[in-house]
Design a protein around this ligand. Structure first.
Ligand code: NAD
Length: 498
């Protein structure tokens, strides 16, 4: 059985804690590797290595950093197929989706290649006679990233390219379900010329996470994962004085107005619900049909659900792969079962789906649950599987109120042909990322990504300009260079700008 260890100080390190977890191939249901779980001492060693590397990296020139980032970008691009394949084999998503996630991560690297421009400061000449003021940004130190299973390549890439470009050193704790791609990325960083110790990977579980959250030499933590853990990470790390951005889970609504092109809306809502087996934080898991759009929408959605080709991610014909683990499959099918018991109508039931030749794979078919109400568990909880609930609202105002009453606020979309309704929707919903006839409105790398309410704890969103702000601290310098034998002495008055 293949063993996956850690990456510290520019080289692979075997796990020494004696603790490890299984890594499955979700398409076959077989365990394919074992991943080491770091002990507190192993995390400490990684942080100490990152602290030592900071001495040089923190003062490296902007052109050196940009040059390494450009090389890393080239290597990611030339290894895209290999990295995507690793994602497919451990996560289960289909190959085109895995390629897409590496590509979206790569775009953050491209953004970070512009670091010399992004770190430019401000300068005010002559704020008072002979006095100038300027500001600039400095790195924080050692920063940690803790990431979820669902985008094992992309989500870490939301963090470390910018953190490293800003002059920090980085310790990544990826998901224990699909850890291989992070170790491969570490090798590519080394090949790109990144000095040893600037990028480190510790694999593990809660023990490793807690060790990072408590470590006095970790200055900041970026977390992406489920809401309960995001809340925990935010509260624990801020209480030990760290800067924290903790992105949590989601329940994303697509509101379909009666004036929408129904066929277009059904295509896009179903793709956003069932793509990557619903294991996206921006997946649509609740469709809200407004006015008389409901019945026609449900029938179009069930048609689309029936047409989805479910199979192993490596098969070219597959449009949707398995879910990540047997436990995830059981959790999802449990939700479907209880939804029916609670009085919802299973317009399509994905339980019991068998993929020939992959009978032990963790497959759940596309599921459409109609007649869902806001009090039902299937609506309240984030299911993180290919389960789409359909709710009804009388008016657009009712639909907006429904979206706003939900504790999550990650993404939402409206389908309409009315500019006025779309404008009202995006202005009035309390959600961070909004699509207008776009079902998964993931911001580009040069914007920042993040939700509202229980989908983000902390002030700064991830990547884009807010990412640069998160990974740096600014200084403002007020400066005077008096001429030799210059004028009168100092005054005791509060300084003014005359
Ligand atoms: P998760 O919260 O279970 O795990 C995320 C990370 O936290 C992993 O590295 C894991 O090892 C660690 N962790 C798990 N339990 C822990 C504990 N008790 N104490 C300390 N650390 C712990 O999330 P997941 O199942 O890997 O990923 C799916 C979740 O991530 C979904 O809720 C999804 O919506 C969310 N997500 C959110 C975004 C976003 O941008 N808001 C993006 C991707 C995924």
């Amino acid at each position: 059985m293949r063993s996956i260890g850690h990456w510290v100080g520019g080289k692979p390190v075997e796990g020494g804690s004696g603790r490890a977890g299984p890594v499955y191939n979700p398409a076959t249901g077989e365990q394919q590797a074992s991943v080491a779980f770091a002990s507190t001492e192993e995390v400490d060693e990684a942080v100490r290595t990152a602290s030592a590397a900071l001495v040089d990296w923190g003062v490296s020139s902007l052109s050196q950093r940009a040059k390494i980032l450009f090389s890393f970008r080239e290597l990611l691009n030339s290894h895209l197929a290999e990295l995507a394949g690793m994602v497919v084999d451990e996560h289960g998503k289909v190959y085109s989706d895995a390629e897409g996630e590496v590509q979206r991560g790569l775009e953050v690297v491209e953004f970070a290649c512009g670091i010399p421009h992004l770190l430019k400061g401000e300068y005010s000449d002559q704020v008072s006679r002979g006095i100038d003021v300027f500001s600039y940004r400095q790195p924080l130190g050692v920063v940690a990233g803790i990431t979820p299973f669902n985008f094992p390549a992309m989500v870490p890439m939301w963090m470390y390219p910018i953190a490293i470009a800003c002059g920090n050193t980085f310790v990544l704790k990826p998901s224990e379900r699909d850890p291989s791609v992070s170790i491969r990325v570490a090798e590519l960083w080394a090949e790109a010329g990144l000095p040893d110790g600037v990028f480190n990977v510790v694999n593990g579980d809660k023990v490793a996470v807690d060790a990072l959250l408590e470590h006095p030499d970790v200055a900041a933590v970026s977390f992406v994962g489920s809401t309960p853990i995001a809340r925990y990470v935010h509260s624990k790390a801020t209480s030990s004085g760290k800067r924290v951005q903790a992105l949590g889970g989601a329940k994303n609504h697509a509101v379909v107005l009666p004036d929408a092109d129904l066929s277009f809306a059904a295509d896009h809502v179903s793709a956003a619900a069932f793509g990557s087996a619903g294991e996206r934080c921006m997946a649509i898991s609740a469709a809200v049909a407004v006015g008389d759009a409901g019945d026609a929408l449900v029938s179009a959605l069930t048609e689309r659900a029936d047409a989805v080709v479910v199979g192993p991610g490596r098969d070219e014909g597959s449009e949707m792969g398995p879910v990540v683990t047997e436990q995830a499959k059981e959790r999802i099918t449990g939700y479907i079962e209880r939804a029916a018991q609670a009085g919802a109508r299973l317009a399509r039931d994905g339980r019991g789906l068998v993929v020939p030749g992959h009978e032990r794979g963790f497959f759940v078919g596309p599921t459409v649950v109609d007649q869902v109400t806001t009090s039902m568990e299937v609506y309240r909880d984030e299911i993180f599987g290919p389960v789409l609930s359909v709710l009804r609202a009388g008016t657009v105002d009712e639909a907006i109120a429904l979206v706003n009453a939900n504790p999550y606020g990650n993404g939402t979309a409206v389908f309409t042909s009315s500019g006025e309704a779309a404008r009202r929707f995006h202005r009035e919903v309390n959600v961070g990322m909004i699509g207008i006839n776009v079902p998964i409105p993931v911001p580009m790398a040069y914007y920042s990504f993040g939700g509202w309410k229980d989908s983000l704890f902390g002030e700064r969103r991830i990547h884009g300009p807010e990412g640069v702000g998160f990974y740096t601290r600014s200084k403002v310098v007020t400066s005077r260079w008096p001429a030799p034998r210059a004028g009168a002495g100092a005054s005791l008055q509060f300084p003014t700008s005359s």
